[in-house]
Design a protein around this ligand. Structure first.
Ligand SMILES: Cc1ncc(COP(=O)(O)O)c(C=O)c1O
Length: 370
């Protein structure tokens, strides 16, 4: 029996062309970094309107490499909202740096300038805003202050591929090193993958070396040479051609992704207006391509269980990180975040869903709240 679309919180959407693209790579026998990966990088570069994009194996790898390229290392402190996926924090830890957890705006679940200023310490070397749900994070009020203190900004735009910041796509503002995820449930998927937008050719070269074990030669140079040179720290974090082929097939269809996701989010927003106990997390839908639809509800655990019992794929994005055992060393009281952590609930949100499905979910939510 086919499951109803609303039974899943999120799922990938195939547009057509992905299977053929993967089959071609499989038949070609070159599964590592290759021409298809570079074609995908070029497609991203022109889509975003930027000078360069470095494709990598995941959003987590993009964050790890972006922080390393920025010079973040042992003993450095990185300001990060506690309200994010644990991957953001693990990328900081992977560099040997320490998270300094910060509060977020209770309406958007994104960092505000005052949250950053409140969290600053003499050891702060970077700020890592998370573009929750897909919306841009505006830190322009403190940009000068951050520059004076030589604090870098690395954006976790895992949720925000295709969204706008003002008139340009996120990634094209030149203010931060921007990191995307192309995981299974993102607005554009490679199956698994990620990318970062470097701000200068030096950062780009560093990121390209680091994604391929620190080797100085590019894969095509290596293919022609009898040896290679390892210049520094590196990861096995390149984007395979198999995954790049999926992304390349997807990117051509992005306008339909944008339209469908905005429409579904607006349908939810309209239907939820009648539910006074429910607080919709605002994604700035006019400028964003929403990745999820999050609400805050009273008695979240009871409501979650009631909706799950009715076959509705609800989720929790996210349990706060400062309360996680692995990150407890960096705990500090974050009253707003802890409250959000008790109330947050994500509704089924993906492109197999119709407006009718969204209304059914809203009705079930109304009943669960009684
Ligand atoms: C906010 C956020 N940051 C980082 C990541 C990590 O991306 P990936 O799963 O591609 O490593 C995710 C993935 O879901 C995410 O939601």
């Amino acid at each position: 029996m086919a499951t109803a679309p609303y039974a899943q919180n999120a799922r990938p959407f195939l547009h057509g062309g992905e299977l053929e693209g993967v089959a071609e790579v499989l038949a070609g026998g070159q599964y590592g970094h290759g021409d298809i990966t570079e074609r995908f990088e070029q497609a991203l570069t022109s889509f975003l309107g930027v000078d360069d994009v470095v494709a990598v194996a995941s959003g987590t790898a993009a964050l790890h490499i972006a922080l390393a390229v920025t010079g973040i290392g042992h003993g450095d402190e990185v300001i990060v909202p506690s309200m994010t996926f644990c991957a953001t924090v693990q990328a900081i830890r992977a560099c040997g740096a320490q998270p300094r957890f910060a509060e977020v705006d209770p309406d958007t679940l994104c960092l505000r300038p005052q949250d950053v200023m409140e969290a600053l310490t003499p050891s702060t070397r970077a700020v890592l805003p998370v573009l929750y749900g897909g919306r841009a994070v505006d830190l322009s009020d403190i940009r000068y202050e951050l520059e004076q203190r030589k604090i870098a900004v690395v954006e976790d735009a895992a949720h925000a591929f295709g969204s706008y910041c003002g008139r340009v796509r996120i990634g094209a503002t030149n203010n931060a090193l921007t990191c995307f995820s192309f995981g299974p449930i993102k607005t554009l998927t490679c199956g698994q993958g990620g990318a970062l937008v470097p701000r200068d050719p030096e950062q780009a070269a560093h990121a390209r070396r680091m994604r391929l074990l620190g080797m100085a030669e590019s894969p095509s140079e290596r293919a022609r040479s009898a040896t290679y040179h390892v210049g520094g720290v590196g990861l096995r974090a390149h984007l395979s051609q198999i995954n790049a082929a999926i992304g390349l097939a997807q990117i051509a269809h992005f306008p339909s992704v944008e339209a469908q996701r905005k429409e579904l989010w607006r349908t939810y927003a309209a239907a939820l207006e009648d539910l006074p106990d429910v607080r919709l997390v605002d994604v700035d839908v006019d400028r964003s391509v929403p990745t999820l639809c999050a609400v805050r509800v009273p008695e979240r655990d009871r409501v979650f269980a009631a909706l799950q019992a009715r076959g509705i794929g609800v989720g929790t994005h996210y349990p706060p990180n400062h309360l996680q055992p692995a990150f407890r060393r960096w705990w500090r009281p974050l009253i707003a975040t802890e409250q959000i952590g008790e109330e947050i609930l994500t509704l089924p949100f993906h492109q197999k869903m119709t407006s009718h499905d969204a209304r059914l979910v809203t009705t079930a939510l109304r009943e669960a709240l009684r």
